[in-house]
Design a protein around this ligand. Sequence first.
Ligand code: DGL
Length: 276
Amino acid sequence: MSRGNHSTVGQSIGIFDSGIGGLTVVHALSEILPDENLIYFGDTGRTPYGTKSPDVVRRYSEENALFLAEKGIKLLVVACNSASAVAMTRLREVVDVPVVGVIEPGAAAAVAASRNRRIGVVGTEATIRSGSYTTALETLCPELEIYTRACPLFVPLAEEGWVDNGVARDTAGLYLASLKNSGIDTLVLGCTHYPLLRHTISEVMGPGVELIDSAVATAESVRDILERDSIRRQGARGSRSFFVSDAPERFIRVGARFLGEEVDSAVQIRRRATTQ
Ligand code: DGL
């Protein structure tokens, strides 16, 4: 791959997620790298990934990555924890641009933040079952005590916009009770949707627990790679394009809460029948 030349600098960053949640990563990228052109693909026709098997998530992820690679991207962001948990090795084999997932940056930010070396991780069933955060955290710091908990209901709550009502508080209270008692001082929000529940999660965990948003850590990691390879675009605000595999109207409506601004438009792509 050619690095640092003018045409590569102008190419887009490709980002994919199982659906809407990766827009929290687009939000973080837009804050940290406002001049980059971003192309996002949300696999809304096959979401959620968090309840699916590793093989299926890997296959879907590979198809998503190839769709974006065909658009001539300079870097790929896997803006989905469930996909990052099981598909990174495969994705690095099938595309020839740098591939950044959300797990390693989130784990690094958590290790940097923790003082008592007790770290919690919340995520989908697929992410927690994979043990990927535990592996990434232990690789960085073998002495850690790590506590994990799958919180599947946080995903529909975030999409419904029920992020700080009684249902959200009760759900968070039930899911997080054991983590609260474990004495952690840092909690990784290991799912694209959970930053929307940040306020409620923080209320349940208390002021002594720092919440790590892997979206922000991932955007910082992307910035570091672009600078390392001299392919960061600067000068004028970049463009945003959104593609989905189903229901663009819902993506536009619900997506605004995840992106933090209006989603202007989303194009629905048609896949070959065998891949649906
Ligand atoms: N994007 C997924 C993740 O971060 C959450 C939604 C899903 O289960 O597909 O794990």
